[in-house]
Design a protein around this ligand. Structure first.
Ligand SMILES: Cc1cc2nc3c(=O)[nH]c(=O)nc-3n(C[C@H](O)[C@H](O)[C@H](O)COP(=O)(O)O)c2cc1C
Length: 206
């Protein structure tokens, strides 16, 4: 990317990305999903190991299966927290309904089989964190690629809290660690304005 105009356009594009949580029911073309995944997989990754794995759910039946598996864990967590039964039922139903009605859900996993192995915990932890960072970068690239396709999207953290349920429900290899999920679709509603921290409060020049 070179030249002032293109840089300005790209900055404007990056700054305009927002999380979209309400979608029109319209189908997302498979070709758009393919382009989004191709861009996500171009993200930088530690050792160029490309540890991100993507599981695409385009049918309500596949999303319902995953939702049922994850909400079992969610319900148990809320029960352990002592949340009132009525509130549990509401929160579980909301979570389930969001996943089932999203036009597309993409589960993002970390393939741990690509990790380098170290004899000590310090370096093994650093290696693992690098992989989590690499997967996160691919996730951001997926969000931006969705925006480039005129789609809204949102990062959903729930698979992190129910990794076994996700792995079992989607019949994933043991080494695939669910890290996140993304909902994609055509936006039905603009997001509320958000507050950003002033640059001067988050960056220092030394
Ligand atoms: C790691 C991560 C986890 C997130 N998990 C959720 C989630 O579970 N549910 C949700 O609605 N949004 C989730 N979000 C979206 C954030 O809430 C959102 O990015 C933030 O509020 C800023 O809004 P914006 O994306 O519109 O700029 C997550 C974002 C990140 C980066």
């Amino acid at each position: 990317m070179c030249g002032t105009i293109k840089a300005d356009s790209l900055h404007a594009f990056l700054r305009s990305r927002r999380s979209i949580r309400h979608f029109r029911p319209d189908t997302v073309p498979d070709a758009a999903i393919q382009r989004i995944l191709a861009s996500a997989t171009c993200a930088p990754s530690a050792h160029n190991r490309q540890p991100g794995r993507f599981v695409v759910l385009t049918t309500a039946a596949s999303r319902a299966r995953l939702a049922d598996a994850m909400t079992t864990d969610f319900r148990q967590d809320l029960e352990r927290d002592g949340v009132h039964a009525e509130e549990i039922a509401q929160r579980v139903e909301k979570s389930r309904s969001r996943l089932v009605t999203a036009p597309v859900a993409i589960v993002l996993c970390l393939d741990g089989s690509a990790l380098d192995l170290y004899p000590d915990k310090r370096r093994q932890k650093a290696e693992y964190v690098m992989f989590v960072q690499s997967v996160a970068v691919a996730g951001l690239q997926l969000l931006l690629a969705a925006q480039a396709e005129g789609l809204g999207s949102v990062w959903i953290c729930s698979p992190l809290f129910a990794p076994e349920a996700v792995r079992h429900s989607l019949e994933l290899p043991d080494a695939w660690e669910p890290q996140a999920m993304f909902f994609l679709g055509y936006s039905a509603r603009s997001p509320q304005p958000r507050t950003l921290r002033p640059l001067a409060s988050v960056a220092v020049w030394k």
